[in-house]
Each structure stands twice: as structure tokens, then as C-alpha cells.
Design a protein around this ligand. Structure first.
Ligand code: FAD
Length: 383
């Protein structure tokens, strides 16, 4: 598989790197400490076209593809994971609408997401339904003119600030997986309340609950047919998982860069600590984790760009990249000693942010389930 970048892909990566270093990095520590939601950065990324890689020009995108999107995700993840989450909350719903919505819905909802005018989110998880998506309790009951939605979605990125969202609920619980439906809704309306949730990292990315109480959804708010929600949700997660994996590679890279830089400066026992073999062992492992994860992400993205199924390759990439991020952040913390543990240096933020990649978009165990069941022949991931 050849990962030589096209001119457009290389330019997208350069643009994202430049943006991340000039516009995101200078305030990353402050934004994290003060839990600042950066609406202005959402707008700037829209102006730069970051949300359009998976979207054709007719809906405002550039159609550069999954590899270009992954490269942008890595650059943002390297500098500040919370800002990488913003990217996924715009691109994820826009791409799912592209694949599953009708023409009128696409024209209405995709361009505002691609421009960054409408802040997006997707709401699958509930208090009693995390990995087990089918255990969700939310219902959308027909009322003649449309649906009435009731239920609580939790751990939703952008919940406190989103204008619109892709929401999943049962229209017929007796059908289990085949009774779930997907909706695209405007959230600044009666019947929705929001509750922010605190977490260990990615503080500049607000997370929270969306509580729907007799929330009215018009018929045109349903995406796809009734009963297609589970399939749409899983399709959605395959794509957002890839972006997430690319962001994790960015964290692994940032941790390796911080460790190398420190090991080349810090002196103990009369020499640079980089000259100690035990530090070299840690650095070597970090390089291998990062590079392997990047190759796996590129493979999964290239498959998507060539129109081939990639569920298995995305799960492999997501698992490997999340582990690489966590391993490298932990190793960097050890190499920086007290300065790794210090809140004055970025490594402890990388360490906190890295943990999120092992949970979001399907936990590590869920990725391993997909990988192992495919390997054992129980359930093919690419069907
Ligand atoms: C920062 C953050 C942002 C998020 N953003 C969103 C969002 O935007 N939209 C959204 O819908 N959700 C979001 N989530 C929710 C996320 O997708 C879930 O947390 C995740 O799917 C895991 O669910 P859970 O936390 O309920 O864990 P559980 O499913 O309860 O799992 C608990 C533990 O059991 C393990 N486990 C579960 N089932 C199995 C099994 N069959 N075999 C082996 N082990 C298993 C898991 O791996 C985990 O270790 C977010 C979460 C976080 C932390």
C-alpha cells in the first residue's frame, strides 16, 4: 500500500499543522485549565475547509478524502485533543448525513456543519447503554405529524453547546436492533435540557447530557427509514473512530517529541539523560508505537478512499492508536520526571487526554471483540 501523499493531501496537512501551531498551541494550556470552549476556532476551521474532506463540493466540501481528514486530525490531536474533538463533531454528522439522508436533508444540514455555522454532535450513549448500544431506552413515538422523543443521552461531546445533533432512539423496541431509528434535530428548542459533565481531560471540549422530554421531531427529521438507526449508528462510528484513531496518533507523536526534546537537554550524572540506555529503550518503543499506529490509520483511511470496506482495519487502527497514545504519554511522563507530573508542562495534559482515546468511539475491549471475532471466524467485520 502506497502512502505517498498527493499535493492536495500534503497541503492539507501543512495547513492543519500551521493552524494548530499558530492558532491552537499558544492558548492550549490556558484553554484546558479554564475549560474554555473555543467557538472562534470552530469558525476558523470551517473557514479553512477542515470539515469538508469527506464532503463533495455541491454541499460545500472539498472531497479530499479520508486520508486528508486523518492527517488533519493527527495535526490537531498533536497540539490539543479537545480541538480535535470539535472536528469530529462537525465531520461525523455531516458525513453520516451524506451517506444516509435524503437530498432535502443533505442540502439543509450539511453545508452549515461544513462551514462551522451550526455546531454539531451525535448522541448514542445513555446512562445504561454504553458499549451495548441496543440497551438504549430513548423512544421516538409517532404522534401523527412526526415523533415525540423522550430519553437521556449522556457523555455527549458538544452537548452543552451544540445547535444540531444526530440522535438515536427506538421507534419500535420489540424489533431490538431493527427497531432503532436515527434523527437529525435542532437542539435550541423546547423539550431539550442540557447538563454539563466534568472529566479528567479534554477540558476545552464540553461534554454533557442531553435530556429530551416530549421533544417534537417532524417527520422530515428522520434520517433513513424507521428501523435503520442501528445500522446508521454503526456506520457513523466506523468513520468517527478513524478520525479518533488519527487524533490518538497525534498525541503519541506529541509525547514522543516532548520526550526526545527533554532527553536531549536534561543532564544527570554528568550526561544527557538520552544517553542512558534505559531512556533509549523507552524512546525506541515510543517511536515504534507511533509509527505503527500511523501506518494502521493510513491503511484504514486509504481503504475508505478506495471505496473498500474497512471496519476491521478501523478497529485495529483505533485500538493500536489509543494504546500508542496512552503508552507514549505515560513514557513521556516518566522521562520528564517531576516536570512530566507538573501542570506547567504539556505532558500531563497529553497523559490525561490520551486516556479518553481508550474509551470514546468504542472502548478498547470493543475494538478487540471486533478484531478477535473476525480472526476466529465468528463474525466477519467487513461484510
Ligand atoms: C470524553 C467522552 C466523550 C464522549 N463523546 C460521546 C459522544 O459524542 N456521543 C456518544 O454517543 N457517546 C460519547 N461518549 C460515550 C462513549 O462512547 C462511551 O463511554 C463508550 O462507548 C463506552 O461506554 P461506557 O462508558 O458506558 O462503558 P461500558 O460500556 O459500561 O463499559 C465499561 C467497561 O466494560 C467493558 N465492556 C463492555 N462491554 C464489554 C464486552 N462485551 N466485552 C468486554 N468488555 C466489555 C468496556 O470496555 C469498559 O472497559 C463519550 C465518552 C467520553 C468519555
Amino acid at each position: 500500500m502506497d502512502f505517498e501523499l498527493s499535493e492536495e493531501q500534503a497541503a492539507a496537512r501543512e495547513l492543519a499543522r500551521d493552524f494548530a501551531e499558530k492558532e491552537v498551541l499558544p492558548t492550549a494550556a490556558k484553554d484546558d485549565k479554564e475549560h474554555t470552549f473555543r467557538r472562534d476556532l470552530i469558525t476558523k476551521m470551517g473557514d479553512l475547509g477542515f470539515y469538508g474532506c469527506l464532503i463533495p463540493e455541491e454541499y460545500g466540501g472539498s472531497h479530499l478524502g479520508f486520508l486528508a481528514h486523518a492527517l488533519i486530525s493527527e495535526e490537531l490531536g498533536r497540539v490539543h485533543s479537545a480541538i480535535r474533538v470539535y472536528l469530529n463533531m462537525q465531520v461525523g454528522p455531516a458525513h453520516t448525513l451524506l451517506e444516509c439522508a435524503n437530498e432535502e436533508q443533505k442540502k439543509q444540514h450539511i453545508p452549515p456543519l461544513v462551514r462551522g455555522d451550526s455546531i454539531g454532535c451525535f448522541a448514542i450513549t445513555e446512562p445504561d447503554a454504553g458499549s451495548d448500544v441496543a440497551a438504549m431506552k430513548a423512544t421516538a413515538v409517532r404522534d401523527g405529524k412526526g415523533y415525540i422523543l423522550n430519553g437521556t443521552k449522556t457523555w455527549i461531546s458538544n452537548a452543552p453547546v451544540a445547535d444540531t445533533g444526530l440522535v438515536f432512539a427506538y421507534t419500535d423496541r420489540s424489533q431490538r436492533h431493527h427497531g432503532m431509528s436515527a434523527f437529525y434535530v435542532h437542539l435550541n428548542q423546547p423539550g431539550v435540557s442540557r447538563r454539563p459533565l466534568e472529566k479528567s481531560g479534554t477540558h476545552a471540549s464540553p461534554t454533557g447530557e442531553l435530556i429530551f422530554e416530549n421533544f417534537a421531531i417532524p417527520e422530515r427529521g428522520r434520517i433513513g427509514m424507521e428501523g435503520e438507526g442501528f445500522r446508521i449508528g454503526m456506520q457513523h462510528l466506523t468513520h468517527t473512530r478513524l478520525s479518533c484513531a488519527a487524533g490518538a496518533v497525534g498525541v503519541a507523536r506529541a509525547a514522543r517529541e516532548a520526550a526526545v526534546s527533554y532527553a536531549n537537554q536534561r543532564e544527570q550524572f554528568g550526561q544527557k539523560i538520552g544517553q542512558f540506555q534505559m531512556i533509549q529503550d523507552q524512546i525506541a518503543q515510543m517511536v515504534v508505537h507511533e509509527e505503527a499506529a500511523r501506518m494502521l490509520v493510513c491503511r484504514a483511511a486509504a481503504l475508505a478512499d478506495s471505496g473498500k470496506p474497512n471496519n476491521l482495519e478501523v478497529s485495529i487502527a483505533k485500538y493500536a492508536a489509543a494504546e500508542a497514545a496512552a503508552f507514549n504519554a505515560e513514557a513521556a511522563m516518566k522521562i520528564l520526571g517531576a516536570y512530566g507530573y507538573s501542570t506547567e508542562f504539556p505532558v500531563e495534559r497529553l497523559w490525561r487526554d490520551a486516556k479518553s482515546y481508550q474509551i470514546v468511539e468504542g472502548s478498547g475491549n470493543i475494538q478487540k471483540l471486533i478484531i478477535a471475532q473476525d480472526a476466529l471466524g465468528y463474525r466477519k467485520a467487513n461484510r
